[in-house]
Design a protein around this ligand. Structure first.
Ligand code: LLP
Length: 421
């Protein structure tokens, strides 16, 4: 459920007309609903209420300061994967003891910054990283809390570019070698081994892969405890998929996911952490765009819009589906037309949808891409010198621009011409 609904034939975000925001901000832009973000966070928080837990928002999905502040104030921790994300989380007021640091390639500088600024735990992904972190911690005279990310070799049954839990993926250490690597970690004076971390992929629409992975984590917890490690925290990653509303695909609900966790791991006495991104922010956001031209091709109609692949790259990068709806509600029984919906970027890959059935549209009509709150704005670029599009947050009947659209001058002035030219 989200808070983007038609009211009297017009699309609203909570209590604000989306067309009214478009008139103020200009198109294209991203639009987020506070109520939806909070609702999704709370679903996870409640789903884990059977025990001690922390929901760490995977801020790679959406790292706007206002979004982080909203979720952080509601009690969310953050899952960060770079020094930049760590700095953003801290700047939004999230305390270090609620930040987990994931990622396969943490640099010594990133480790230093997090150890100095405060960190809940590092999710360590390899032996060389463990050695580096131990070094850094010792040189700072502190100990680094760690969980070791294990790769459970399960098939997440998702898009190959976002599956991470198979042995062929670059993530984590093979679970078969966990015992050896934990022993190595325990012998390092700069490290404090607190738990186990696992994340098998993104946009999972079934619970079975989670179940398979979590059962392996359970067995590993028991084994490592028997070997003398004080395993007291389990980080179970993110990855729960979202309903994209296009088919009868019905991904499991957070409450069902919580029940699975309780059933497989609930009696181990461990604190549970999860790192959901997409399910919290995905359906809490739209990308709003305007039709520039309707162009007749030989055998099809093209809807050329002002949003492009640089603004929302998921369709061209993963072949991802986004529902696209007009801001004016189609009247009942209106005849639909198939459109190829494309942006102005000079690549055929700049295609959002082919043959998408839409009510007849004309230049200046507004449309909204649903499910665009996750991996939308954060993956945008300025390709074709198209400035990053603004982000807007709605709360009840108010809205605010939470990232301005840069002017051409601001974009250009980031470059410098050397004196010799
Ligand atoms: N934790 C770790 C370690 C991750 O690598 C990820 C996502 C998450 C949590 C959050 O997963 P989520 O709950 O959002 O599924 N750009 C792609 C998605 C890449 C996901 C990468 N890792 C897309 O647009 O679909």
């Amino acid at each position: 459920m989200d808070h983007f609904l038609y009211r009297d034939g017009e699309l609203f975000a909570e209590d604000v007309s989306v067309a009214e925001i478009a008139a103020t901000v200009g198109t294209p832009f991203y639009l987020y609903s506070s109520a939806t973000l909070l609702r999704h966070f709370k679903l996870f928080d409640d789903a884990l209420s059977f025990g001690e837990h922390l929901v760490c928002f995977a801020m790679k999905s959406n790292s706007n300061q206002a979004v982080l502040k909203l979720l952080g104030d509601a009690g969310a921790g953050m899952d960060v994967v770079s020094g930049g994300e760590y700095a953003r989380a801290r700047a939004a007021g999230v305390s270090g003891d609620k930040i987990v640091f994931s990622g396969v390639g943490k640099t010594r500088q990133e480790m230093t910054d997090a150890l100095t600024g405060g960190i809940r735990q590092f999710n360590v992904e390899s032996e060389p990283e463990m050695i580096a972190l131990n070094d850094v911690a010792l040189s700072l005279g502190v100990t680094a809390p760690i969980a070791i990310r294990v790769n459970p070799d399960v098939d997440a049954k998702t898009h190959e570019k976002i599956a991470t839990g198979k042995s062929e993926n670059k993530f984590g250490i093979p679970i078969s070698r966990a015992s050896e690597v934990y022993a190595m970690a325990a012998a390092m004076k700069g490290l404090d081994v607190v738990g186990i971390d696992v994340h098998i992929g993104s946009q999972l629409v079934e619970l079975e892969p989670f179940e398979e992975a979590y059962k392996k984590v359970r067995a590993l917890t028991e084994q490592l405890r028997a070997e003398g490690h004080n395993i007291r925290r389990l980080d179970l990653g993110g990855g729960l998929g979202i309903p994209y509303m296009r088919s009868n695909e019905a991904p499991p609900l957070p409450v069902e996911y919580g029940q699975l966790i309780e059933r497989t791991l609930g009696d181990l006495g461990c604190e549970i952490e999860i790192e959901p991104g997409r399910l919290i922010s995905g359906n809490a956001g739209l990308m709003v765009s305007k039709v520039i031209y309707v162009k007749s091709g030989e055998d099809r109609e093209f809807l050329i819009i002002d949003g492009a692949m640089n603004d929302l790259v998921r369709p061209s990068m993963y072949g991802a589906h986004h529902d696209i709806i007009p801001l004016i509600e189609p009247t009942a029984g209106v005849e639909q037309t198939p459109y190829d919906i494309v942006g102005p970027v000079c690549e055929s890959g700049d295609t959002f949808a082919k043959g998408r059935q839409m009510p007849p549209l004309k230049p200046d009509d507004l449309i909204a891409f649903r499910s665009a709150g996750a991996y939308g704005a954060v993956m945008a670029s300025e390709y074709n010198s198209r400035p990053l599009i603004p982000e807007v947050l709605v709360q009840g009947d108010q809205f605010a621009v939470i990232r301005q659209r840069p002017s051409f001058e601001e974009m250009i002035n980031r470059d410098t011409i050397p004196a010799w030219l």
